[in-house]
Write a protein that binds this ligand. Sequence first.
Ligand code: ZN
Length: 162
Amino acid sequence: MNAEKNKVVSFHYTVTGEDGEVVDNSRDRGQPLSVLLGHGNIIPGLERALEGRAVGDKFDVEVEPADAYGQRNPDAKQRVPRKYFPGANKIKVGDVTVLSLKEGGQRIVTVLKVGMTAVDVDLNHPLAGQKLKFDVEVTDVREPEAVELQHGHAHGTGGHAH
Ligand code: ZN
């Protein structure tokens, strides 16, 4: 069975940033990632690269920023009251941290400046503007369960844990 839209694909991957540093590696977590293809659960460049692959396929793919985490927006800065930060008294410039948003959900931010009561953060994803290289090994391709199609993501090992 080949990977295509509405199939569940499991794969191991290593992501390397432009500076050659490994950003993320599924083997460190002890299990492959499972995704329901065609539902935007992973960056578009990787989703496309997985199409047509079968179990045992190994490949490298370079993904441009536009197909990964987007270009950097130099204006995406915000001043946030310090009390919203986890570990507010230890926060320092360069820290990457996760903020909960008023409208729900979470956002990864990078600390630019720390003041007495407020913190300036960069709202760009830390990998925005970077070309990423993925080393991928496909470990499973299967039909989805009906409920996975309904939810628009994979369940089970390496998938969504509700
Ligand atoms: Zn679900």
